[in-house]
Design a protein around this ligand. Structure first.
Ligand code: NIG
Ligand code: FE
Length: 395
């Protein structure tokens, strides 16, 4: 692999206050980074690195840890453009739309699913994303849930079993039977391919009691916990996630003061996915400001899926989080990198550091370059393709 110096970085975001200034972004100005055999080996002043095999002049751009997209549904088949258009014409969003994608995903081959998910992942990387989480949940039968996770596993280590996305049509009159399947044969078949288990806690999906049972069954199989919580209305999802010590409560659009306090007092990360609020034309967005000020750890993710958030763009999510969730540009960048890595309990992503084996990232997708002199441009110049993983072809 050899050694390479990335030189003339106007602003380096390390997310480690000990590596830069004392801000939470750990900023360094006029910097250089040496990557040796895929490991960050040195951080210092521009022009001061010892000679390396290669030198890349970044000409005053900004470098940050690659975005971590900690909530995606990248594996699916079918298209719901008509549903989106109807929504923009006034129809409300309902969780049941998921079943449209289930029919298409059941019918698709693993090869076709891998090809389309790979295309979406390439799209994400060309916008600066280095690590993704991918959920199942558009199978809702044993064979298709396994098929989705086997495909997802070819693209990431961060795979999530979401058999409890909604109750499929064939179990419409037997919700109990579906919970038994999810916690029984489906979990047995899926657990070998998953690191996490997730449940959609919502009217029209799963109530708190069923969700607790499903999450505990997954935990007993060694899976970490994540929860789709408080997306469409206030509900028990966030409290359940915090009670069970879940790594992440995702959406968090409708929170009570008690929910905010529970997140602030727990190790559960509040993962905001404002792309979903945008595409469902939600009247409210998650209140990132309130969460951050209360001391909760905040993450940002795309929730890329064909129903409620068909975007792979973390810069778009950052811009939305600044405009609509009232995070500052710096907070939003932290949430899209360090916060999201924390929601996956990953020490080796979301920051750039030397002399710390856990942060010595070996994935070439560890660093993202922004074609601007500061990270603020990610929100300041929305929809402009400024960010890409270092070494990726231009978008
Ligand atoms: O995260 N909230 C549940 N799941 C997805 C929606 C999926 C769909 O509508 O297809 C979400 O927004
Ligand atoms: Fe989701």
């Amino acid at each position: 692999m050899g050694s390479v110096t990335y030189d003339n970085i106007a602003e380096l975001v390390t997310n480690d206050p000990t590596q830069g200034d004392e801000s939470f972004l750990g900023l360094r100005h006029d910097a250089a980074v040496v990557v040796d055999d895929g490991v960050v080996a040195w951080i210092g002043e521009a022009g001061q690195a010892s000679p390396t095999d290669e030198r890349v002049d970044l000409e005053g751009r900004c470098v940050l840890p690659a975005f971590v997209d900690s909530h995606t549904h990248l594996v699916f088949d079918g298209d719901r453009a008509e549903e989106f258009a109807a929504r923009m014409a006034g129809q409300p969003y309902a969780a049941g739309g998921i079943r449209t994608t289930v029919a298409a995903t059941r019918a698709a081959s693993a090869e076709a699913l891998l090809a389309s998910a790979t295309k979406r992942l390439t799209e994400a990387r060309s916008q600066g994303t280095g690590l993704v989480e991918i959920k199942s949940g558009y199978g809702l039968d044993v064979a298709t849930e396994v098929k989705m996770l086997q495909v997802a596993q070819q693209l990431t280590d961060e795979t999530t079993f979401l058999g409890a996305h909604v109750v499929p049509t064939e179990f419409a009159d037997d919700h109990r039977g579906y919970v038994d399947l999810v916690t029984g044969d489906m979990l047995d078949a899926c657990a070998p391919y998953a690191k996490w288990i997730d449940v959609f806690v919502e009217d029209g999906a799963f109530d708190a009691e069923a969700a607790r049972e499903i999450l505990l069954a997954g935990q007993a199989k060694g899976l970490g916990l994540r929860v789709h919580a408080n997306q469409l209305r206030p509900g028990p999802g966030v409290q359940l996630a915090c009670d069970l010590g879940a790594a992440s409560a995702d959406h968090c659009t409708h929170l009570t003061d008690g929910d905010v306090a529970a997140l602030a007092d727990s190790g559960t990360v509040a993962s905001l996915v404002p792309g979903a609020d945008f595409s469902t034309r939600s009247p409210v967005y998650p209140d990132g400001r309130r969460l951050w000020d209360a001391g909760a750890a905040v993450a940002l993710a795309t929730d890329c899926n064909p129903g409620t958030s068909y975007t792979t763009s973390m810069p778009f999510v950052i811009a939305l989080a600044v405009r609509e969730c009232h995070l500052t540009p710096s907070e939003a960048v932290w949430a899209a990198t360090s916060g999201a890595a924390r929601s996956l309990r990953r020490d080796d992503a979301g920051r750039i550091a030397v002399d710390d084996p856990a942060a010595l990232t070996v994935d070439p997708a560890a660093l993202t370059v922004v074609d601007a002199k500061t990270h603020v441009h990610l929100a300041y110049r929305p929809a402009v393709p400024l960010a890409q993983v270092l070494g990726e072809p231009a978008p």
